[in-house]
Write a protein that binds this ligand. Structure first.
Ligand code: RB5
Length: 151
């Protein structure tokens, strides 16, 4: 499993904390930046990570900004991406089980690093349940195809 990780300056410190966690867990990742706390535009970094997931180069993604909102909006513009902004562990687990979410977004200015890592763990260990959820997720893909054309 390989995780695409990215942030803007507002999520930079949380991204670094998550990278340390992934390294300690021996989980492979690719860091799409940003690489300092200098001000940048979050769409650039969210797009790079989301495209890597959509292309199958990474299995899942974790993207941070100040609130988690901007990067979530951006990632969800990429066909094939189902990004979930989660600030509690229940939502993170359910985003995988019910929505087959493939990107987690987090806000560094919203939650502390300890809770963030528990959310990351819940997201990474959650398993898509399929079954009754499959036709709902398929409908999301149908909507994407309607507006963006098949991937
Ligand atoms: C940057 O100041 C901030 O706007 C950004 O990190 C994010 O919160 C946007 O949604």
């Amino acid at each position: 499993m390989k995780i695409a990780v990215a942030s803007d300056h507002g999520g930079f410190r949380l991204k670094q904390h998550i990278l340390d966690y992934l390294a300690a867990q021996k989980i492979a990742y690719k860091d799409f930046g940003t690489y300092s706390q200098d001000s940048v535009d979050y769409p650039d970094f969210a797009l790079a990570a989301a495209e890597a997931v959509a292309a199958g180069k990474c299995d899942l993604g974790i993207i941070c900004c100040g609130t988690g909102i901007g990067v979530s909006i951006v990632a969800n513009k990429v066909p094939g991406i189902r990004a979930a902004l989660c600030h509690d562990t229940f939502s993170a687990r359910m985003s995988r089980e019910h929505n087959d979410a493939n990107i987690l977004t987090l806000g560094e200015r919203v939650i502390g690093p300890g809770l963030a890592l528990e959310i990351v763990q819940a997201f990474l260990t959650g398993k898509y349940a399929g079954g009754r959820h499959a036709c709902r997720v398929a409908k999301i893909t149908e909507i994407e195809n309607k507006y963006c054309g098949p991937k």
